[in-house]
Design a protein around this ligand. Structure first.
Ligand code: FES
Length: 80
């Protein structure tokens, strides 16, 4: 059983539960609060990267699969 769980939110961040260490591109630890649930941005719009700041909701972020579904549904001839 894993000690860390990463949940991919459908239209939001990666939520990490469990003890982890996050390091930057130079291997330096990114300060985090031990025991606190983390949310990492995957929409690219956060002003507090690598953490989610809720901006995904404001920009209408859709996961790739959901974005493709919406594109397919809006294509000419689909009745949308
Ligand atoms: S996923 Fe939340 S701000 Fe990017």
């Amino acid at each position: 059983m894993a000690d860390v769980t990463i949940t991919i939110k459908q239209t939001g961040p990666y939520v990490i539960e469990g003890e982890v260490i996050i390091v930057d591109h130079q291997g330096q630890p990114v300060p985090i609060t031990p025991g606190k649930r983390l949310s990492l941005c995957r929409c690219g719009a956060s002003t507090n990267k690598p953490f989610c700041d809720g901006m995904h909701s404001k920009i209408g972020f859709l996961a790739a699969e959901k974005a493709q579904q919406e594109l397919d549904n809006s294509a000419p001839g689909t009745g949308a």
